[in-house]
Ligand binder design. Structure first.
Ligand code: NBG
Length: 817
């Protein structure tokens, strides 16, 4: 079938067809949702032909494929990206205009699929965009959560979570394929195989669920390629027990079904600190088992010789969440296909690669053997055997070094016997990568140092990136137009071309237009916040943004100390009001529902915000804006409006960050520590265009080792003390000194795990430099333009190219036509 042609008439015809026959209404009776669904399905028609072609090629060419296994894909709004990729923006706008339909209204109907927590899930979404744009044969595999990341609301300044029922109005971007459903087993026991291979066992599970795939199209940017994202939904094998139902116990009759279908019910809202919950392990095994089976049984031809698997696929493990795929593949090869153990292990070791996304020890997943053995008894046996042979190898390599052997073991004995998933991934993976230069270095030299000594070549780096389609071209149409006018539109798929803007940083007219666009983006943000949250911000103040998950290591509390210190300075008369740069402090942050300190921090930010925003004596010079429910959609409006990007984690704690890249690419200057990808941003944009502060990673490590005492900083820095005391006095909380106030005060002054107080002075000094620099509009916009011009490295296209070169060994396959 040919794709519909790119004309306003054809588009209109398809749209009306969808309204009438898809939604079953007349245009003049259609609701906004009807029109949105019809529009989405119309765009889908344009993608489908290419999609079918890609699927056919995937089957026929049998080219090396990348399967990106990820428990999270934080896709964000789909409509605009699909219109952009298919080059239908103008045609759709014109067609709808002629029909008298307001396209902006339709956009606002879209509910974004929030199937991820933060950076890790959003990275996966950027990667599949780049894989398609680079024409790489690939599939994303994940979970179709019925409820995504919770919707955050504030009640009296406190976070209250609401379920995110993103599917409630229908989801036009997915296509279910119940006929391709696969069975996933759990529980039970294992038995000996009579007369079979000594390596094999029979797994006798005691319950099953069906995994139903939902396919999503992943269009490349105007290259005719459409890849697939396949998300699995859990379905019970029996709708209900008719006998029990007939006996009158309805609830009991559906109990088994509810239990099975809970697996894909909801995304765990923890970011960087997983909790070892049974349901989470069920989710992990569920999607991994279904994905492996899908590839082995439907993508590969029936007679495929699995010994060739390493030439055909790399399964990229996005963090430890999918690592249970390793024993699953061993089980398939040894138990189901009857291979010898060594033969199976030789193949398994060549098809998995592992990306680590953290440095926090508490974020490295472990599963108690108790739980794992109960849920996946055969997998636990396989893990034990992998470990046994690995420990033997270690004892040969390091005779007598039992301490090292214990450190490296896949099984931890303390505090309870458990499986270290990062170790399993490192042992089984043929490559292990960190997500920014510093992070990969620290992985190699600290977190996984023993492994790097044993296998130095296994370790590599791939610095994260973000898709320029969504985060520049769509999010910032004004800037995109200006760039394209100056250097053509090649930058959209070759972001290094932004270098061509460098000379324009010296061009006063270019800078003026750049500022004008920034101003218009602020006005747009102001309008969105007013409508969405009832928040008013000034259109002309400096926009200082800190948007990311709420986590102690990211140090929102340090940002808060800066704000409180300014306020304290003004109200005590130390700082003349006129000397303070008018600023809007923007926050966006969700806290994991069980993370008490993070929630208290939100409460305190809101309390400080309310006080400052209502204090008439400040004459509106300072404003705190904290819209609830920061998500991808809001990010796309907020980031292009920002002047200053806050990236202030304690050095050595933020693996990479990707928000930092989005801000730089949209012409915000960064105030940041030498952490994660900030290091590379600063190297590229130059010291003059970046506000560096704080300890380096080695300095922070030394201070920690020498016995860090936050009380010392509190006592010796009068400004810091004044800010903390003002919080403690209840000045922002209506006199209340307990609760969040006491908790945050004591956590900072007594333990301060992430050494905010040690970096406070240096941070305040850097903020003074920011104010000084901002006062010179010309110099500031020069720096901002240079940030854009020099950040092309941070395209996820470049990251994917690095994965191809350093890890996957796969190649782009260009489609004909
Ligand atoms: C996060 C890191 C970020 C990084 C993203 C994407 C986890 C476990 N890690 O610094 O905290 O940018 O991963 O790599 O969510």
């Amino acid at each position: 079938m040919a794709a519909p042609d790119h004309s306003v008439e054809a588009f209109t015809w398809h749209f009306l067809h969808e309204i009438n026959y898809g939604q079953g209404v007349d245009l003049d009776r259609a609701s906004a949702n009807d029109k949105y669904l019809a529009l989405a399905r119309t765009v889908r028609h344009y993608l489908s032909t290419r999609w079918l072609e890609a699927l056919r090629n995937q089957y026929h060419d049998q080219a090396k494929t990348v399967a990106y296994l990820s428990a999270e894909f934080l896709l964000g709004p789909q409509l605009e990206n699909a219109l952009l990729a298919t080059d239908l923006e103008d045609i759709a706008a014109e067609a709808l205009r002629l029909l008298g339909v307001d396209i902006d209204e339709l956009r606002s109907v879209e509910i974004e699929p929030g199937l991820g927590n933060g950076g890790l899930g959003r990275l996966a979404a950027c990667f599949i965009d780049s894989l398609a744009t680079l024409n790489v044969p690939s599939v994303g595999y994940g979970i179709r959560y019925e409820y995504g990341i919770f919707r955050q609301t504030f009640v009296d300044g406190k976070q209250v979570e609401k379920p995110d029922h993103w599917l409630r109005l229908g989801s036009p971007w997915e296509i279910p394929h119940p006929e391709n459903a696969v069975d996933v087993a759990f529980g039970g026991r294992t038995e000996e195989v009579e007369g079979g291979s000594p390596d094999a066992r029979v797994w006798v599970p005691d319950w099953h669920v069906t995994a139903v795939p939902y396919n999503y199209m992943v269009p490349g940017y105007r290259n005719g390629r459409v890849n697939t994202l396949r998300l699995w939904s859990a379905k019970a094998q029996h709708e209900f027990d008719l006998q029990i139902f007939n006996a009158g116990d309805y609830a009991e009759a559906v109990r088994a079904r509810t239990f099975a279908e809970n697996i894909s019910k909801v995304l765990y809202p923890e970011d960087s600190t997983p909790q070892g919950k049974e349901l989470r392990l069920q989710q992990q095994y569920f999607f991994v088992a279904a994905s492996l089976r899908d590839f082995l049984e439907t993508v590969l031809p029936d007679d495929y010789d699995l010994h060739n698997l390493p030439n055909r696929i790399t399964w990229q493990l996005n963090d430890t969440h999918p690592v249970i795929a390793v024993p699953e593949l061993m089980r398939i090869l040894v138990d189901e296909r009857g291979w010898a153990w060594d033969e199976a292990w030789a193949v398994t070791q060549k098809v998995f690669a592992y990306t680590c996304h953290t440095l926090l020890p508490e974020a490295l997943e472990v599963w108690s053997v108790d739980l794992l053995g109960r849920l996946l008894p055969r997998h636990l046996e396989i893990i034990y055997r992998i470990n046994e042979e690995f420990l033997e190898e270690l004892r040969t390599a390091y005779p007598g070094d039992e301490l090292r052997v214990r450190r490296m073991s896949i099984i931890a004995e303390q505090p309870e016997r458990s499986v270290r998933m990062a170790h399993l991934a490192t042992v089984a993976g043929f490559k292990v990568n960190g997500v920014a230069a510093l992070h990969s270095e620290l992985l190699r030299d600290k977190v996984l140092n023993d492994f790097a000594e044993l296998w130095p070549d296994k370790f590599t780096n791939v610095t994260n990136g973000v898709t320029p389609r969504r985060f520049v071209r769509l999010a910032n149409p004004g800037l995109s137009g200006l760039i394209t006018e100056a250097i053509g539109d090649g930058w959209i798929t070759d972001l290094e071309q932004l270098r061509g803007l460098e000379p324009l940083a010296e061009d006063a007219e270019f800078r003026r237009r750049f500022r004008e666009i920034k101003g218009a983006n602020k006005t747009r943000l102001a309008a969105v916040l007013k409508e969405r949250d009832g928040i008013e911000i000034a259109g002309d103040a400096m926009l200082d943004a800190m948007v990311k998950r709420l986590h102690e290591y990211k140090r929102q509390s340090l940002k808060l100390l800066h704000i409180v210190s300014l306020y304290e300075g003004i109200t005590s008369g130390r700082l003349p009001l006129e000397s303070v740069t008018p600023r809007t402090f923007m926050f966006g942050a969700k806290a994991a529902p069980g993370y008490v300190r993070a929630k208290e921090t939100i409460e305190l930010i809101n309390a400080v915000g309310a006080t400052i925003n209502n204090d008439a004596s400040l004459q509106g010079r300072l404003k705190v804006a904290f819209p609830a429910n920061y998500n991808v959609g809001l990010a796309e409006t907020l980031i292009p409006a920002a002047d200053l990007s806050e990236q202030i984690s304690l050095a050595g704690k933020e693996a990479s960050g990707t928000g930092n890249m989005k801000f730089a690419l949209n012409g915000a200057l960064t105030i940041g520590t030498d952490d994660g990808a900030n290091v590379e941003i600063r190297e590229l944009v130059g010291d003059d265009n970046f506000f560096l502060f704080g300890m380096t990673e080695p300095e922070a490590a030394d201070l920690q080792a020498s016995g860090y005492d936050p009380g010392k900083y509190y006592e010796s820095d009068p400004q810091l003390k004044a800010a903390l005391d003002l919080i403690a006095s209840g000045a922002f909380t209506g006199g209340e000194r307990g609760g969040a106030v006491a908790s945050i005060f004591s956590s900072l002054t007594e333990r301060d795990r992430f050494m905010a107080l040690a970096d406070f002075r240096s941070y305040m000094d850097a903020q003074d430099r920011v104010e000084e620099a901002y006062a010179d509009h010309e110099a500031w916009s020069r720096s901002a333009v240079l940030n854009v011009a020099r950040s092309g490295f941070f395209s996820s296209d470049r990251s994917i190219q690095d994965y191809l070169d350093r890890i996957w060994g796969a190649k782009p396959v260009h489609q004909a036509g």
